[in-house]
Design a protein around this ligand. Sequence first.
Ligand code: 6PG
Length: 620
Amino acid sequence: MGVSGCGKTTIGKKLSKKLELPFYDADDFHPKSNVDKMKKGIPLHNEDRFPWLNILADSIKKWQDDKGAIVACSALKESYREILSSKNKDIVWIYLDGSQSLIQNRMERRQNHFMKAEMLTSQFNDLEVPNYGIHVAISQSPEEIINEIMLKLKFMDKSFFGVIGLGVMGKSLSLNIAEKGYSLSVYNRNTAGEENVVEDFLKIKEVGMKIKGFTALEEFVYSLERPRKILIMIKAGNAIDAVIEALIPLLSRGDIIIDGGNSHFTDTKRRAIYLENKGLSFVGVGVSGGEEGARKGPSIMPGGNKTSYSIIAPVLESIAAVDKGGTKCCTYIGPGGAGHFVKMIHNGIEYAEMQLLAEIYNLLSPTKTNEEIKEIFREWNSGELASYLLEITADIMTKKEDGEYVIDLILDKAGNKGTGSWSTKAAFDLGTVNTMMSSAVFARYVSAFKEKRKSLAKRINKADDVRDSLSVADIKNAYKFARIINHQQGFEVIRLASETYNWNISLSDLSRIWTNGCIIRSALMTDCISHFKTNSDLFELPEIVDYLNANEDAVKSVLIYGLKHRIPLPLFAEANTYWISITTERLSANIIQAQRDYFGAHTYQRIDASDDQYFHTNWY
Ligand code: 6PG
């Protein structure tokens, strides 16, 4: 932009060649009436300009939706520039700056230019120099001007990747991404209480990290190179839809929105379809590993449009944890909400693993010190029971603050953010069993009724001060037993979901990306890689069935001990119930069927007839 005679066309064409973008001269878009006026030396008025500027605004939007363009246009007034950018604000303004006398001289030397030199004065009268964009002095040679523009463009380099939301996970992932050499733009709203989030974050960025911070969404979006890759790291739920709605008008065809939170998989599927209809892509990514994992290497479960995933895969793979074989703990899970589905079940497995350790603590703490429990956990963690959750629970046991064990001071009321209950519901929807994770969810809910528990406990009055101790070897075997059942149920839900929704998930690959970076990484998970290479179900493995069979007694002694001393052991009980039920040929469901037929004529099948035959009895 700039007054007539400043060299817009010459510089614009050179720039177009350099940047391999098409060139357009705004004057070519004037209606004929305007061209005639200009030829006659009659100055244009706003009513002449507005239709022309609007045509240009539409064209700019079209060019931008393609790959962009270089446009030469005087755009002298702020109001003109506002119209030009009304359909697309992602414009880099380059102002060619020269004095009136310099341009006057140049124009006088030029021939056949339809504008007379005396009109220049009116141009300068109209000119409102923008206080933004790139300003270049035209007193230099065209080559020098181009070099300066290129340099300044480079300086205002667009970022490769964007992150929205600088909460604990967003911050850690941002640092991880920037550390891998990607230029990054980050955005956080600056509403009450969050005014300094971006500023504070920029203070902790490390040397060499290319991070730009924004509190204006529009500026954030335009700081990104296309196709824009924007990772949303905010609380799951309506907030995600609100951010998506705010982003849509700012984005261009082919841009990719990535949701890295714990969103419900059906929301992810819905959002993917919605955005696809708008020419945008949506990738739902499960991320596990907590704050430390996010910073140093999480396990990443991406799902959604595979082509869009391939564009963001280098970033996600670069930040992911590495498995024992040196492969990244990040693999494409499947279309739609597949990534978020497996993350949800990951959390369900996590809930059950955590609850089992809490139950073991409940079994051990009355007769053992925190140090002794820690030692037991550490010993277990050195062998086949090794897991991240066991390791951190061992650490937790002896952590002190002001000379006191922190664990002894923590209120016994568990919180949750919903993913556990979603995984429970998923099993209901699919018609399969995941009693381990459901029971773990309910155990948290029961814990939350602290006041009720407190008042009822007073009325029960069953002091249990003398305790025989339970064999640690039995607890250990029962723990291994229950963990197998938990993993069996968790993977079975995923297998069934994959079959139902046509996701084609490889349980072996999934186990592999869960061997590092995530919360449920464990030696058992490592074994699952080979287990699921040839089997779709852990119960197909003779060594697993043999182990469970051989250790029923260990679970029994744990449960008997729990009953005797009023220790609630929902997960050990569920593990036992499921195992016993699934290995019993004849259950008591014949009674259920008879009852259903009795009151509702629902019919039943018979043991002495084929499966496709249904019977009804006149019971009364
Ligand atoms: C992870 C965790 C993480 C977190 C969940 C569950 O894999 O990093 O699963 O996503 O723990 O938010 O939290 P709640 O226990 O609060 O439901």
